[in-house]
Design a protein around this ligand. Structure first.
Ligand code: IPE
Ligand code: IPE
Ligand code: MG
Length: 243
């Protein structure tokens, strides 16, 4: 076993520990809206407020890294109008929240193939990352045009491009080329809205993450829900294959 593949084993968990790195599949915006006889975009707008609340509570709870699944590499399959709405909301969110994120010392990372978005959105995203790059507080990562399989394929391509020999390809070589390189190991993966699947999110990183599925729809997710998840994590026993 290569030394670096042991990285997920070095963190805490159990015994009331706070997860260092929490990721969330923010699901259920559409159902939240349709239950209110509202258009789906209203659910996405309400979901944006949940993002803002969650970032704040993550900081308060002492979480180091928060990774949010905002747009998957499969979400292009949605009607063009909804894709357009989601992109519009993302631009609006960046514009509206950047100051507040900066004030709260949040650092921003992006994972996924987000450079394939429209050029003006790519520029907005680059500017946001640059503006927050000197911050040392919560490490916020937003997954945009992200797919776990795509991320692993791109890492494999990088390994070939870097000219590694077969014997040099180990878990560390892959991890160093994943979009999440540099982030703490994933401790807790939450999915809202009652669906119990990964939908291609953080496939590599979830190897030993604790999984938590809640029926709460994403727009309803609040500080108490995050705290409950953190407490549940603290009660889990992580074994990593040992005894
Ligand atoms: C999650 O909510 C937001 C994105 C995937 C962008 P959904 O839009 O998937 O909501 P449901 O699953 O249809 O309720
Ligand atoms: C996963 O939710 C993607 C995001 C939350 C961004 P989806 O709603 O797209 O997943 P499926 O289609 O139900 O698996
Ligand atoms: Mg969904």
């Amino acid at each position: 076993m290569s030394s670096a593949s042991a990285s997920p084993i070095q963190d805490g968990g159990g015994g009331g520990a706070v997860p260092r790195h929490v990721a969330i599949i923010m699901d259920g915006n559409g159902r939240w809206a349709s239950r209110r006889l509202m258009p789906r975009i209203a659910g996405h707008r309400a979901g944006m407020e949940a993002v803002r609340r969650t970032i704040q509570s993550a900081g308060t709870l002492g979480i180091e890294a928060l990774t949010l699944f905002a747009f998957s590499s499969e979400n292009w399959r949605r009607p063009a109008e909804e894709v357009r709405d989601l992109m519009g909301l993302l631009r609006f969110y960046l514009k509206r929240e950047i100051k507040e994120l900066d004030r709260n010392n949040v650092r921003l990372h992006l994972i996924g193939d987000w450079r394939r978005f429209d050029a003006d959105l790519v520029r907005d995203l680059e500017q946001a990352v640059a503006r927050l790059s000197g911050n040392g507080g919560l490490q916020l990562t937003i997954a945009l045009n992200y797919g776990g399989q795509d991320e692993i394929v791109r890492a494999a391509q990088a390994i070939v491009a870097d000219g590694l020999a077969a014997a040099e390809v180990d878990a560390a070589a892959i991890e160093q080329r994943l979009d999440t390189r540099g982030l703490p190991p994933l401790d807790l993966l939450i999915r809202t809205s009652g669906e119990a699947r990964l939908s291609n999110f953080l496939l590599w990183q979830a190897a030993y993450a604790e999984l938590l599925f809640t029926d709460v729809l994403w727009p309803d997710f609040d500080a108490a829900d995050l705290e409950k998840a953190v407490i549940a994590f603290g009660q889990r026993e992580r074994r990593y294959g040992g005894r």
